[in-house]
Design a protein around this ligand. Structure first.
Ligand code: HEC
Length: 145
């Protein structure tokens, strides 16, 4: 293994382990399910971000697959967040269940942005990240502690 490969492998392992450790403390299955859904969406967004920065090679099919997974995951957001379960590790605001329809509309905005995005080249990757990323921020600002 070259030095850079060792560094990348270590970083990937640290990231995976970090997620597992954070979620290992979460006992409530509803909280764990929604964190896992968001974690998956986050991992796909990270792939797009790394591609756009040239940290990994541009690959239109891989980018599209990540976007398609985000669209599918977004559809499940209302289901995995429906129960107002609590956990000390959770960053979900109580406002979610006080403004449920607005929360669902923000999940739909992500679903629509992701299902409407097509990546063929680096310019369309940038455009997709812009439209998808805006919907993450809009929900997190309102509902993530
Ligand atoms: C409809 C609202 C909503 C949308 C849209 C949304 N998120 Fe989230 N996200 C949340 C909430 C709420 C939490 C906190 C969940 C908890 O801790 O219980 C969260 C948590 C996360 C986490 C932390 C997961 C963990 O391991 O605990 C990541 C990463 C994340 N979101 C990424 C994203 C990305 C990237 C997008 C856009 C592609 C996105 N989210 C779109 C509401 C949303």
């Amino acid at each position: 293994m070259t030095k850079i490969r060792v560094i990348l492998a270590t970083a990937a392992l640290a990231m995976t382990t970090g997620t597992l450790i954070a979620h290992a403390d979460v006992e409530d299955p509803d909280v764990k399910a929604r964190m896992d859904t968001m974690g998956g969406i986050g991992a796909n967004m990270k792939t797009l971000s790394q591609m756009s920065k040239g940290q990994i090679a541009f690959d239109a099919a891989a980018a599209q697959a990540a976007i398609d997974e985000m669209a599918e995951a977004a559809e499940t957001i209302p289901d995995v967040f429906e129960t107002p379960a609590k956990d000390p590790e959770s960053e979900a605001s109580d406002e979610i269940w006080e403004n449920w329809e607005d929360f669902v509309s923000k999940a739909e905005a992500l679903q629509e942005a992701a299902s409407g995005a097509t990546v063929t080249d680096e310019a369309s990757l940038g455009a997709a990240m812009g439209s998808i990323g805006g919907t993450c921020g809009s929900c997190h600002r309102a509902y993530q502690l």
